[in-house]
Design a protein around this ligand. Structure first.
Ligand SMILES: [Ca+2]
Length: 352
């Protein structure tokens, strides 16, 4: 199949261990986390990452939501993988937390610590929700994170602080601002992926991950199982409390009216580039997924920075080497959205 086959199956020769931290809920919050979950599974299914766990935020107080273990079960069923779920902490990040402090918190993070301890290779962690759990876990075991955390992809915040952003924090920052700031102190490389430059503007920008696509562009070209995985997120007809019919739903006929409505909706996305970079890949301006060391031009990159200030929900920075801190940079703003949409499609089409 020549070029198209090469594009569909880029190989890197590596399979880095990955933990996905996410605010993946049912009923859903922002459904982009379900798209990210499918992205992580697509990379794992292809052998491009070793997906060790999905770490789901503890639901916000009074949110009437649960961690969406049903979505994870669906993805495990679709792929044949067996990725476990860890549920995070209900307690805000506390700077004075110690290893000997809170037994329940230590127990809660035991699975995460074991993943890091037992992995021969340092583990990559993607954070696409609150920063609470990773900031807390690292506070409890800084030695472990220094040795065994290869990188953290931090999807939070805005890259160009202004007066307005001090008043309106980006969502993931707002979930636990102290934890967000603590991330920039962690003893491991941080790949910062600001969601926006200006939090008020949902638009493609140089130092921001945001892009948007029409769901139908991708849903029309993935497998029926993957379509039903996404439809299950949006299924409005479930009785209350929602039925746990995750397998019956996957095996049933597709809900065509729902899929038609979903196809017309646009989806805001942020985290896709981090997963691709974590897997040792990059996206060309044409939207091809190729190994990062292929020498091709890319629509995004990470550039080294120095963080100069981090408080009040605002992180200030300047270009510069030395602290293992990097920021996401869009190199081609015109082609970023179509390229990322095509790359996402390429990944999700790999799922059976
Ligand atoms: Ca999220």
């Amino acid at each position: 199949m020549g070029k198209s086959q090469a594009e569909e199956k880029p190989t890197t020769g590596k399979c880095p261990p990955l933990v996905m931290a996410t605010d993946l809920f049912r009923p859903h919050d922002d459904p982009d986390d379900h798209w990210d979950l499918a992205t992580g599974y697509a990379l794992a299914f292809r052998g491009l990452v070793d997906l060790k766990a999905v770490l789901i935020d503890f639901p916000r107080p009074n949110a009437a939501k649960d961690p969406d273990v049903l979505a994870v079960s669906q993805m495990n069923y679709i792929t044949g993988l067996k990725v476990p779920v860890i549920v995070g902490s209900p307690h805000p990040y506390a700077k004075d937390m110690t290893l000997h402090g809170d037994e329940a918190t230590l127990r809660r993070f035991g699975s995460l610590f074991r993943i890091l301890e037992q992995s021969p290779e340092p583990v990559i962690i993607s954070v696409a929700g609150s920063c609470r759990d990773i900031a807390t876990a690292s506070k409890l075991r800084p030695d472990l994170f220094a040795r065994k955390c290869a990188a953290i992809y931090l999807n939070a915040g805005a890259s160009r602080p202004s007066v307005s952003q001090k008043d309106g924090m980006e969502w993931n920052v707002r979930l636990d601002p102290a934890a967000y700031h603590a991330m920039f102190e962690l003893p491991c490389p941080i790949y910062w992926m600001p969601c926006f430059e200006d939090v008020r503007k949902f638009q493609v920008a140089e130092y921001a991950t945001y892009f948007q696509f029409q769901q139908g562009e991708i849903l029309s070209q993935v497998s029926p199982s993957v379509r039903k995985f996404f439809a299950y997120v949006f299924e409005k007809d479930h009785p209350q409390p929602p039925a746990a019919d995750w397998l019956r739903y996957l095996l049933a006929e597709e809900n065509e009216p729902l899929l038609s409505a979903m196809a017309q909706e646009r989806r805001n996305m942020w985290c896709t580039g981090g997963f691709i970079h974590a897997a040792g890949l990059m996206v060309t301006p044409e939207g091809e997924l190729v190994p990062a060391n292929s020498g091709r031009s890319a629509v995004f990159e990470f550039v080294p920075i120095t963080v100069t200030k981090s408080e009040g929900g605002v992180v200030e920075w300047q270009p510069g080497e030395g602290e293992q801190r990097f920021i996401f940079r869009v190199t081609d703003q015109q082609r970023y959205t179509p390229a990322m949409t095509r790359a996402l499609l390429t990944l999700l089409r790999a799922l059976p």
